[in-house]
Ligand binder design. Structure first.
Ligand SMILES: [Zn+2]
Length: 273
């Protein structure tokens, strides 16, 4: 079997996922942009702070005009329930509304096609997964961090590697950056930006991101970029002897051949490998 690689023939991907649409996202996005790090912000678009008010309290959200901060290269906006209700504690029509109204709002505000999500409170059930799927959502992040760098098996029940407060995060990051993996690996960190104020962790995240940034062997990407690349690579079709591959997708896919050579299969291409 051929081994799938990330774009550029890389074996490591790095991404962030931050929730709620908080005022301090502005500061994190500034740090990310200066380091060329990409990531995803999961936004409850019905809960913006009223225009003209100051960001107050421990968990201030953005105003609509401040949410311009997400209109940057390398930043993905994703669904987080329009009013952040627990997906397991509402009726089916309410669930449909929470997901699709948030998606529609975000598309109107930021353009593009919104296909990502994170579960409010991290809670979900099979019905929520089904409704997300029917709403055109390709992945949804849980809060079940498992300290793993393995690629996700179920994108609609996506397990992040670690919350930024995970005591093992420094060790995991070191391992991710220094080891040469056989299989593709992803370091996926999540959290909420007000936690950096509450826990006085801005220095920690800046140090961690500086260390992880600008490496030639890491693919820096948003959640949806990694998800859709992974899904596209799983759509490749192989001849019965495994020596011919057909790429029916719109993405160029990078592979490592039986002989250890790095090759690419372009959209629509059939190739001997
Ligand atoms: Zn949330």
């Amino acid at each position: 079997m051929l081994r799938v690689l990330f774009p550029g023939g890389l074996k490591k991907a790095f991404t962030l996922s931050y929730d709620d649409g908080c005022y301090d996202d502005i500061r994190l996005i500034g740090i990310m942009s200066s380091l060329n790090i990409k990531g995803t912000f999961n936004i409850s678009s019905g809960l913006f702070r009223p225009e003209g008010t100051e960001p107050q309290g421990p968990w201030p959200r953005l105003t609509l005009s401040e949410s311009e901060c997400y209109k940057r290269e390398g930043i993905e906006v994703a669904v987080h329930g329009i009013t952040h209700r627990d997906f397991t504690k509402i009726t089916e029509p309410e669930l449909v509304y929470e997901i699709s109204a948030d998606r529609a709002n975000l598309e109107k505000m930021f353009g593009g096609v919104v296909r990502g999500s994170a579960y409010p409170y991290g809670t979900f059930n099979d019905l929520a997964v089904e409704i997300l799927r029917h709403s055109g959502i390709k992945y949804c992040r849980t809060v079940w961090s498992d300290d793993s760098l393995a690629m996700p098996r179920d994108w609609l029940r996506l397990r992040p590697t670690a919350h930024h407060n995970d005591p093992k995060l420094a060790e995991i990051t070191e391992k991710f950056l220094t080891e040469t993996p056989r299989e593709p690996r992803m370091l996926y960190i999540w959290g909420h930006t007000p936690e950096f104020n509450r826990d006085q962790k801005w220095g920690m995240i800046e140090d961690l991101l500086s260390k992880a940034a600008n490496r030639s062997d890491v693919w820096y990407a948003t959640n949806i970029e990694i998800c859709e690349y992974d899904l596209a690579s799983k759509s490749l079709e192989y001849s019965l002897d495994g020596h011919v591959v057909y790429n029916p997708t719109a993405k160029e896919i990078w592979l490592e051949s039986f002989r250890g050579e790095v090759l690419t299969v372009k959209p629509g291409e059939t190739k001997e490998v």
